[in-house]
Design a protein around this ligand. Structure first.
Ligand code: HEC
Length: 187
């Protein structure tokens, strides 16, 4: 459901995100500035967090050595609602280029959705993931993207040139691991 609140939060998010300037990060639903006082102590001061807060760039995007950690975090924290490959379940799909909150096209918006939460079951993650883990899980979610690589605007031009759309063969955690849990419950 589209609401005026979503649209005004979107305008704020877009106004706040010019490439490679210190991002202004706002709650995607009510437009209030994100409060980093709430962030966990651990994982606040990594290189990736510093670069992201300075420039809005997530250096974990398409960085092979960090994708498996992001994949594990996604399997533990997101796939139950968003599907093993981000294809959508009770939460919307995260692997195509349709966003209910258009600000999620940018990593600033995407980060704000995770940190501050959205509506309903999409609660804020500031108490469950460190800032660094948010960037790691974001990188894996972006890796799951199945749309046209040229629209992967969250990647730097160099990374975008080498990006190919996700296929299940690129995953290291098999989908059956999620399905087994479901089957066990229905036995
Ligand atoms: C308990 C279920 C649940 C969990 C766990 C969950 N989500 Fe969500 N998510 C939702 C729901 C429901 C929505 C739709 C919220 C809305 O429209 O306001 C949503 C929306 C989103 C959106 C916005 C999508 C759009 O189209 O704009 C993003 C991005 C997102 N989630 C990312 C994540 C990530 C990343 C994780 C793991 C760290 C996660 N979610 C964990 C239920 C969940």
């Amino acid at each position: 459901m589209k609401s005026l609140t979503k649209i005004s939060a979107l305008c704020l998010a877009l106004a706040a995100t010019s490439a490679f300037a210190a991002p202004m990060l706002y709650n995607m639903v009510d437009g209030s500035p994100l409060d980093f006082e709430w962030a966990m102590e651990e994982g606040r001061d990594t290189e990736a967090v510093r670069v992201f807060l300075d420039t809005g760039e997530n250096i974990y995007n398409e960085t092979p050595e960090f994708l498996p950690v992001g994949e594990e975090l996604f399997a533990g924290m997101c796939s139950g609602c968003h599907g093993h490959y981000g294809e959508g379940k009770i939460g919307p799909g995260l692997n195509d280029d349709y966003w209910s909150y258009m600000g999620n096209e940018t990593d600033e918006g995407f980060f704000s959705s995770i940190y501050g939460g959205l509506t309903g079951q999409m609660g804020p993650m500031w108490g469950s993931l460190t800032l660094d883990e948010m960037l790691l899980v974001m990188a894996w979610t972006r890796h799951l993207y199945t749309g046209d690589p040229k629209d992967a605007t969250w990647l730097t031009p160099e990374k975008r040139a080498g990006f190919t759309s996700f296929t299940p063969a690129k995953a290291s955690i098999p989908a059956e691991e999620d399905e087994e849990e479901g089957e066990a419950a229905s036995d």
